[in-house]
Design a binder for this molecule. Structure first.
Ligand SMILES: NC(=O)c1ccc[n+]([C@@H]2O[C@H](COP(=O)([O-])OP(=O)(O)OC[C@H]3O[C@@H](n4cnc5c(N)ncnc54)[C@H](O)[C@@H]3O)[C@@H](O)[C@H]2O)c1
Length: 357
């Protein structure tokens, strides 16, 4: 079992990582006295897989609990779902003594966190992430929100959870594609922050893919530690937190140009390899290091080449209109070594074209 702390003064919270933790969440909540009663929010698929187990874990320690669901998938991450959920909370008589539990992937975490932030001007919430992506990334750091037709994640706020409970056992049910989505983010942490961790990932690829419990627990704990340290230094992404966008600037353009048919993690993997081309073009990254990163991604079964059928002009336009671009200038997280990156918006169009390949 691993326990970490996100040190954000009065908004500090623990992250617990343990095989089988789902059945013990009730006891942990009882110990921590976060609320009198809990409302679990899950997508319909996760509710079916794990809802009963989590409800039972609270009931066995006499904590009142209800479960609300919404249809699974990114298409539910919108204001309509938020409206439905907060109406349901009001109908259940939920008040500020009560708390929400996000049981699921990043979609559920983002929706639940946002609902918690705005219902009665803010009630507590807890994260119980069930995808690898949510366990290593989205459940930590307090970014919450939803999509609108004009763009992804355009509405939301920073709102930190009270605790994050991670059960590695639930990953056993995760489809391979969802595992890969998370693994792209795992490799990202090594490249942006930690050569030793990157080497650890390379030496343990087989065990990681086989979800060997001790290794998976170590990987998740390491990723959460890096994310926690970055968030502690820059909670609202004024500066350092931008390094978490390594591979994402180009990856988001790939994702959008494919009409979201290319899954997020695959697009980010392609984005990391593409942005390395920019780093090499600017003389910042040695070719041999870029090759090691590419090999690591491929070793996990992640794609590294942007499909030729995607429209390069469209991707360049998408880059400029990305919500994180300032005055039409996208920024890029560029590795200078494995474990160290810089941020730059000084990249000319020819180099961007070369990166798209
Ligand atoms: N808040 C943040 O900091 C942050 C960071 C990264 C991504 N995100 C957001 O996260 C979302 C993506 O998250 P995601 O990839 O977890 O998607 P998701 O929440 O849609 O989950 C993916 C699928 O896996 C299923 N699932 C979840 N856990 C499972 C399990 N253990 N076994 C079997 N199936 C399971 C879900 O039902 C769903 O169909 C995006 O909306 C993205 O914007 C947020």
């Amino acid at each position: 079992m691993k326990q970490l702390q996100v040190g954000l003064e009065d908004r500090a919270y623990p992250i617990l990582i343990r095989e089988g933790l789902l059945s013990e969440v009730g006891e942990e909540l009882k110990l921590r006295k976060i609320a009198k009663r809990y409302i679990i929010i899950a997508d319909d698929h996760v509710a079916e897989l794990f809802g009963g187990q989590l409800v039972e874990s609270l009931r066995k320690v006499n904590i009142p609990v209800d479960l609300l669901t919404f249809p699974r998938g990114e298409a539910s991450k919108n204001l309509t779902t938020i409206g439905r959920l907060i109406s349901a909370l009001a109908q259940l008589g939920v008040d500020r003594q009560d708390a929400l539990i996000a049981l699921g992937g990043g979609v559920t975490g983002d929706i639940t966190g946002f609902a918690a932030a705005i219902y009665m001007r803010g009630i507590p919430f807890v994260q119980v992430p069930t995808t690898l992506l949510a366990q290593v990334d989205s459940s930590v750091g307090g970014k919450t929100g939803v999509d609108i037709p004009e763009g992804k994640n355009l509405v939301g706020c920073f709102y930190q959870p009270q605790a994050v409970f991670i059960d590695t056992l639930v990953l056993g049910q995760l489809p391979r594609e969802e595992l890969l989505n998370g693994l792209a983010e795992v490799v990202k942490y090594g490249v942006i922050n930690d050569l030793d961790f990157f080497n650890f990932l390379l030496s343990n690829q087989k065990d990681i893919l086989a979800l060997e419990p001790a290794i998976v627990e170590a990987v998740i704990a390491h990723c959460c530690t890096i994310k926690a340290r970055v968030v502690e230094a820059d909670e609202r992404e004024a500066d350092l937190r931008r390094i978490l966008n390594y591979g994402h600037t180009l990856g988001h353009a790939v994702e959008a140009a494919s009409n979201f048919t290319i899954p997020h993690g695959m697009a980010i993997s392609m984005g990391m390899v593409a942005v390395n081309t920019i780093a090499m073009g600017k003389g910042l990254l040695a070719a041999e290091k870029a090759q090691r990163i590419k090999d690591a991604l491929q070793g996990f079964g992640l794609p590294v080449a942007i499909p030729p059928e995607l429209d390069r002009c469209q991707m360049t336009e998408l880059l400029k209109s990305d919500k994180k671009s300032v005055g039409g200038r996208p920024f890029f997280v560029l590795p200078i070594q494995i474990g160290k990156v810089i941020i730059s918006d000084e990249v000319d169009d020819a180099l961007i074209a070369r990166a798209f390949g």
